[in-house]
Design a protein around this ligand. Structure first.
Ligand code: ATP
Length: 327
């Protein structure tokens, strides 16, 4: 096993609260083990542009509580090409960076997997995404903060909905995964939750509203942006047609779900996984994501972390729970 001397750290894909806590942990753990650490700006774009900055303990001071990422993040099409990755590798070699910690979601891990295999380059991933759509960790860094942001926002919407006897359709993030919608929907006591995995659809929703309790002053329907019903505005049109006398309003929460101070859960998860990533590189691990399952640190090959949402958290039991609670 060759000794790692300089770890590069980057954040990639969509930002998530807790990425800064993860960067801090990677930097401090590297320094603890006498390894240099280099910050790479704007994800894989920074690899290709050789946008590298040496980091020390102070450069990550006072960031654990901050949302976003001090290293910035980006989507980088050039890294999808062989030429782009060759340039990234050349830049790493020239700067004596001999291992990477990449913090991001499934796209980031797909790129890391290809790069690891192409260049036999050691990489550990940290799950940094609000979507919680990765296998190999109970929760991703940012998910807890995001669902709490949704819950706080919808609690406020509930106040006005209750005062005016309104039905609100609230759209939350989740293009391919309904995990934000599912948990936050349960947390706010939603009357219905529409998620891509459940395929409830507008017809079923109309049926549920027609047959459901009539004495509720307010109703909240949570829709994941990727739901096949077509998002909050489309669902709103269907419901307005079917219930012309109902006072129906739409609220799309949008990017507030990505921002804000990370919750303590996210800070602790990011800190723990950041240290685990550095220790894993020292131990010779590569091509894996560090995650936490049942309180234990586990390492899952990148290829197995991606797109297994059905096997993850959305089980019939959860969906039944939603149905029972909406009575
Ligand atoms: P989020 O879950 O928040 O969207 P993500 O990591 O999935 O985060 P993506 O934009 O899908 O975000 O991916 C981040 C970057 O990973 C891309 O901009 C690209 O540089 C790289 N990447 C994604 N897929 C591939 C691929 N097939 N080959 C090489 N690189 C890739």
């Amino acid at each position: 096993m060759t000794k790692i001397k300089n770890i590069g750290v980057l954040t990639s894909g969509g930002d998530s609260p807790g990425m800064n806590a993860a960067i801090r942990a990677v930097v401090r753990a590297s320094l603890y083990y006498n390894i240099k650490v280099t910050g790479i700006t704007r994800g894989y774009e920074g690899l290709i542009q050789a946008d590298f900055t040496p980091m020390d303990g102070k450069s990550v001071g006072n960031i654990i509580q901050r949302g976003g990422t001090i290293l910035k993040t980006a989507r980088c099409d050039a890294f999808r090409t062989k030429e782009g990755r060759a340039l990234a590798h050349k830049n790493l070699v020239e700067s004596d960076i001999d291992a990477l910690v990449v913090i991001g979601g499934d796209g980031t891990f797909t790129g890391a997997d290809i790069f690891c295999k192409e260049y036999d380059f050691p990489i550990i991933g940290l799950p940094g995404t609000i979507d919680n759509d990765l296998v190999g960790t109970d929760f991703t860094i940012g998910y807890d903060t995001a669902i709490n942001t949704v819950v706080h926002a919808v609690d406020k919407i509930r106040d006005t909905a209750e005062s005016h006897d309104r039905l609100f359709i609230v759209e939350v993030m989740g293009r391919d995964s309904g995990l934000i919608a599912l948990r936050s929907g349960i947390g706010v006591g939603a009357e219905a939750i529409l998620i891509p995995e459940a395929q409830v659809g507008s017809e079923e929703l109309v049926h549920r509203l027609e047959t459901g309790r009539k004495d509720k002053a307010s109703k909240i329907i949570i829709v994941a942006e990727g739901d096949e019903a077509g998002g909050a505005y489309v669902v709103g049109e269907t419901l307005k047609e079917k219930f012309p006398n109902a006072d129906i309003r739409i609220s799309v929460l949008g990017h507030i779900q990505r921002g804000g101070k990370p919750s303590c859960m996210d800070r602790v998860l990011a800190s723990r996984l950041g240290v685990a990533a550095v220790e894993a590189l020292i131990a010779g691990k590569t091509d894996v994501m560090a995650g936490q399952v049942n309180k234990e640190i586990v390492f899952t090959p990148f290829s197995q972390t991606i797109k297994h949402i059905d096997a993850h958290d959305i089980t019939p039991t959860w969906l039944k729970l939603v149905e029972i609670l909406s009575m």
